[in-house]
Design a protein around this ligand. Sequence first.
Ligand SMILES: [Zn+2]
Length: 450
Amino acid sequence: MRKEITELSEKYRDIFVKCSDEIWATPEINFAEYRSHETAMNCMKELGFEISTLPDMDTAFIASAGHGSPVIGILGELDALPNLSQKADIDHPDPLVYGAPGHGCGHNLLGCGGMECAYILKKYFEEHNIEGTIKYFSCPAEEGGVGKVYMIHRGAFDDVDFCVNWHPSTSFGIVHDGKSILLQNYRFHGIASHAAGAPEMGRSALDALELFNIGIQFIREHMTKDTYIQYAITNAGGNAANIVQAYAEGQYVIRAKDNTELKKMQARVDKIAKGAAMMTETEVEEPEVVSAFSSFIDNPTLADLARKHIKECMPMQYTDEEKAYLEKFIACGSKAGSSELIDDEIHEDHKTSSDVSDVSWIVPTCMINVPTWAIGTSAHTWSATAQGKSSPAHKGMNLAAQIMANIALDMVEDPALIEQAKEELKKNLNGRVYEQECFIAKDRKPAPIY
Ligand SMILES: [Zn+2]
């Protein structure tokens, strides 16, 4: 860790803490991050970055500084989650606005940590007259909306040499793996009929959906161990049992080790849906792809640099006040009763399920986790929202910015590492081409998934 980077972070940290807190206070869900987008974009504009936008993506921007090559990509997100509104610092569920969104995944920190990294790199480049371009990517709709996939389709990362990224967490970590994920809606159409008067005239879409589910339960024995199928019945047709249900709908998530395996599973699941429709003399629509993430392509060069810098930051240093704060949240989380305050290990077995994985197919990409929440806190919960503007959260965000800046500088100072990282990407892709493997059509327009 470079002393000068730490000093730059300390000097400018308040700008990003303020920005993160402002975004925490305006939680917005996928593709509707308008106020957060304005806050982040204006902040970067004021700091001297050049801003560019992308077609059909109102809440995406790219903030650039510097010139020439290499081009460093820093990935950020700003979206919140539905129904996770929560008062800050309160250790029990207590929504700020009942039913409203909240920053239960810490993307206010994620985004502003990336912005801080970009800014301290900009300052460092200027001070040392370093050639290179810094690009901060403000990516919308990570939570299911796969904003980065649409950014890839628009060529946003085409000139980038490598990307760094972080995610708030309860411990330090380096991501090496992440499954391919596909979210699809299946819609069955039958014939309505009065269940007492003329049941023989009806064809039940609900029966079809139930048989589809039974088929799914039977296929589980014949899938690889790292494949999962999960589902929700999103429309059972109606509330009246004396009517043959003419419509039923379910949402299915398929997770597999990579896109190739996922494609095979998609075909098998589709076949079961068709079989269920055939059995019940109903119709099933061509399934709708709601969302899809690619598998994560590991980059050992970047991961090794991340490990080196993370080790230098461990263990996290907290004040007594911060320790008391964390203890309060440990007591209401899954590690309640534990005397452990800090998880002093670098976790390298966590699997990501993020659209950062898609970027990892295009550009050598590094994804790290940095502690911002009390151990035992789950992402996507009220507790993560509650801790999102605390002192430990800000500390983690500042540290993440420093670690990412150090990784980037190692790469910039040794161009051979950039080449090595690119070679690794090529090797790990093993001939696979993103455009052929991606489940989201290139001409598809970005759209919210909820
Ligand atoms: Zn997240």
